[in-house]
Ligand binder design. Structure first.
Ligand code: ADP
Ligand code: MG
Length: 279
């Protein structure tokens, strides 16, 4: 049985006319790293809220269908218990900061403190998580003094330290440079290898192609396409629907028209492009 199942999920916010999610059917295996792409307003963040229990337990509105994680139904759970299994890093890391803590260390320890983890264990877990995401040197800084990219790392760390079974990340690298982005994808991949299930909303298709197991393309609240990263990210369907593609894909697509790209699959990453043009 899949670790995450969405069955016919349709959802409408209290004040909107049209459903923001429409008939979403989705299964995700334990330890799978799934990336969600889609234009602004496609419903990506709402899908994250649905997975994390905020829809419908916080945002209310009208929902139908079922959301199941680890054999438990969201409709039969409370947000308090749901969040013990599912961790969400919000699109805007600023929204994640508790406002109750003076240092990054305390901020990251906050969730563990709330569930009563003993002091020594807490310290070790926070230090390990900070070292994993490369922010050990920020321990004594104020969460509010950080750059956007640093805040995103802190937000990610404060979720990882809780060791959720399902990790949901909403554009976690949007304010990061390429080095930070690569590190985050690397950490996420590692978590997936260790059995954590990951859903990550992202726009950076080259990194998705390199690290994710599967891509889901969302448009107007519906799944337009899903499959292996290379397959989805180089598909004509995506281009026809106005999704952004990697520069290597568009270059090779042009080259193919002139007979200069001989491989079956178009590339997404630089490595794939170099490899293909060598042939
Ligand atoms: N709290 C809310 N109340 C009403 N409508 C919302 C709310 N949040 C998002 N929406 C609407 O739902 C749609 C999808 O939004 P969202 O899930 O944020 O998309 P994405 O993350 O793909 O940009 C948009 O039309 C947006 O205006
Ligand atoms: Mg969003």
């Amino acid at each position: 049985m899949a670790f995450v199942t969405l069955q016919n999920v349709t959802y409408k916010y209290p004040l909107t006319e049209k459903p923001v999610l429409q008939n979403i059917n989705l299964q995700i295996q334990e330890g799978e790293f799934v990336s969600v792409i889609g234009p602004n307003g496609a419903g990506k963040s709402t899908l994250c809220y649905a997975l994390a229990g905020f829809v419908p337990h916080f945002f209310k509105g009208e929902i139908s269908g079922e959301i199941e994680v680890d054999g438990k139904l969201s409709s039969k759970s409370t947000l308090d218990t749901w969040v013990l299994n599912v961790g969400l890093a919000f699109q805007n890391p600023f929204n994640q900061i508790s406002g109750a803590k003076y240092t990054v260390f305390e901020e990251i320890a906050f969730g563990l403190e709330n569930i009563g983890v003993p002091r020594d264990e807490m310290k070790k877990r926070v230090e390990d998580a900070m070292s994993l995401t490369g922010i050990s040197e920020l321990a004594d800084r104020s969460p509010y003094s950080l750059s956007g990219g640093q805040q995103q790392r802190v937000a990610l760390t404060s979720i990882l330290v809780m060791r959720p079974r399902l990790l949901v990340l909403d554009e976690p690298t949007s304010q990061m440079d390429p080095i930070g982005t690569r590190e985050v994808f690397g950490v996420v991949r590692k978590m997936a290898e260790e059995g954590m299930t990951v859903v990550m909303v992202e726009h950076k298709v080259e990194w998705i192609a390199e690290f994710a197991d599967r891509v889901i393309a969302l448009k107007e609240g519906q799944i337009l396409m899903e499959g292996k990263p290379n397959e989805v990210l180089t598909s004509d369907l995506l281009t026809e629907n106005g999704f952004g593609v990697s520069r290597y894909t568009s270059t090779a697509r042009e080259a193919k028209k002139q007979g200069l790209w001989k491989k079956q699959n178009l590339p997404v990453t630089l490595d794939e492009a170099v490899e293909g043009f060598k042939k």
